[in-house]
Design a protein around this ligand. Structure first.
Ligand code: PMP
Length: 436
């Protein structure tokens, strides 16, 4: 069934105004909707699983602020705790008991880290973890994987060059070549490339960093066996293994991917979910490794707003909800049933479309491959289909991240009725994509 385009008049006006203030009209590039409609929707409010834009259009939200809103928008427990703490002031730049309260919540429910440091973003968490690994091992090189995103710090805005094992090439202007020369990039799920890298740079690789659930370039799920291989090769080479769990942490389980796969990294980075919508990141490791961070050790890292009381309050409230019995089981069951129904629909019609999923994360891919585990396995041409689907979904009140490389998130606030309505919209939109 065809539907009319939604009214975007007010969003368009706000975008014109924003363009006079911000580069590209936004404060983070993907928000500009460049790969879908071309101009963004301006969001005015969110409640539970729903958001409303400036024109009053209502959407069921599967972006969830790019993941952190695992309880949905404006969750009462988070909101009330934040308001309670805010009434006593918003920042001191001095220690508060709230930091320890949140740390205790995390550390007493996580087998993989003994100490933690709070920062204000995922980028900062990863940048600090890399410095810690370099400081600890007294080596300079880091190895990353094509298709994993780790924020916008210089060492990591690096992509693969040509060849199996490559020095990276910068993926942004302004990153000195000397930085890229310290970053080795290999394909995901390729043991041979890893072996070669470790041979070529013997004794030089401080850390291997991976999103154990790569979720920034599609959902490139890795096997447990491959992740274990990675653990082993790092151990053999005295290289630190960093799990960047900015998305998977507290999402695929309270202990993130480390707990999900039962693999112990040396350092773990976390991000947005901890803040429940406020800016928080964190990194953690064993007490021994963390003792290298200043003021205890010689690796410097600091932040005026690190451990901010309001952000800590949101974290305490949000993570307490996640620890309630059955939370992750319910999320998983809800997501699996949603995904299964879509899979069945497309299978009956023989559409080249798959839904990949883990925990409460899903990714829509216009492919007939049974698994997609490397960035190179994604056909860029398929993105035109996603673009059309996104447009149709927006018109039907369903808000997905504005790119076919982005994953979707289900929150505890998504109701059965929300998911039923979404499935109908998806079926209609997919039909339109394959019949156009
Ligand atoms: N690492 C991963 C795995 C991420 O997904 C992101 C952001 N999506 C980052 C790091 C950077 O986090 P932030 O945007 O909070 O700086």
């Amino acid at each position: 069934m065809q539907v009319k385009d939604i009214d975007r008049t007010r969003s368009a006006e706000l975008y014109e105004k924003a363009k006079t203030y911000f580069p590209g009209g936004v404060n983070s590039p993907v928000r500009a909707f460049k790969s879908v409609y071309g101009t963004p929707l301006f969001i005015e409010k969110g409640d539970g699983s729903h958001i409303w834009d400036a024109d009053g259009n209502e959407f069921i939200d599967f972006c969830c602020s790019w993941g952190p809103l695992i309880l949905g928008h404006n969750h009462p427990a988070v909101r009330e705790k934040v308001i309670e703490v805010m009434q006593k002031g918003m920042s001191f730049g001095a220690p508060t008991a709230l930091e320890s309260e949140l740390a205790e919540l995390i550390l007493s429910n996580n087998r993989f880290i003994e100490k933690i440091r709070f920062v204000s973003s995922g980028t900062e968490a990863v940048m600090s973890a890399i410095r810690l690994a370099r400081g600890y091992t007294k080596r300079d090189k880091v190895l990353k994987f094509e298709g994993c995103y780790h924020g916008h710090s210089d060492s990591l805005l690096v992509k693969a060059g040509s060849g199996l094992v490559t020095f990276g090439e910068t993926s942004s202007a302004g990153v000195p070549k000397a930085f890229a020369d310290e970053t080795v990039v290999v394909s995901l799920n390729d043991k041979k490339a890893l072996q070669e890298a470790f041979e070529e740079f013997k004794g030089q690789i401080a850390a291997v960093i991976i999103e154990p659930v790569p979720a920034n370039n599609g959902l490139l799920l890795q096997s447990k066996e491959y992740l274990q291989y990675l653990r082993d090769i790092c151990t053999q080479n005295s290289t630190m293994l960093i799990f960047d769990e900015v998305i998977s942490g507290f999402r695929v389980g309270f202990e993130g991917a480390a707990g999900y796969y039962g693999i112990e990294p040396d350092i773990i980075t976390y991000g947005k979910i901890i803040g429940g919508g406020l800016p928080v990141g964190a990194y953690g490791a064993s007490a021994d490794v963390m003792s290298h961070i200043s003021p205890e050790g010689s690796v410097y890292q600091a932040g005026t707003l690190s451990g901010n009381p309001v952000a800590m309050a949101a974290g305490i409230a949000q993570l307490s909800e996640l620890l309630k019995p059955g939370f992750y089981e319910d999320m998983q069951a809800k997501t699996q049933s949603f995904v299964n129904d879509i899979q069945n629909f497309v299978a009956e019609r023989n559409y080249q479309f798959k839904v990949f999923t883990i925990g409460s994360v899903f990714w829509f891919a216009f492919t007939d491959q049974e698994s997609v585990s490397r960035a190179e396995d994604i056909d860029p041409a398929s993105m035109a289909k996603f673009k059309l689907m996104h447009h149709e979904l927006i018109n039907r009140g369903i808000y997905l991240g504005p790119s076919g490389y982005e994953v979707g998130f289900i929150s505890a606030a998504h109701t059965k009725a929300d998911l039923e309505k979404t499935k109908t919209a998806i079926f209609d939109s997919i039909d339109i994509v394959f019949k156009s």
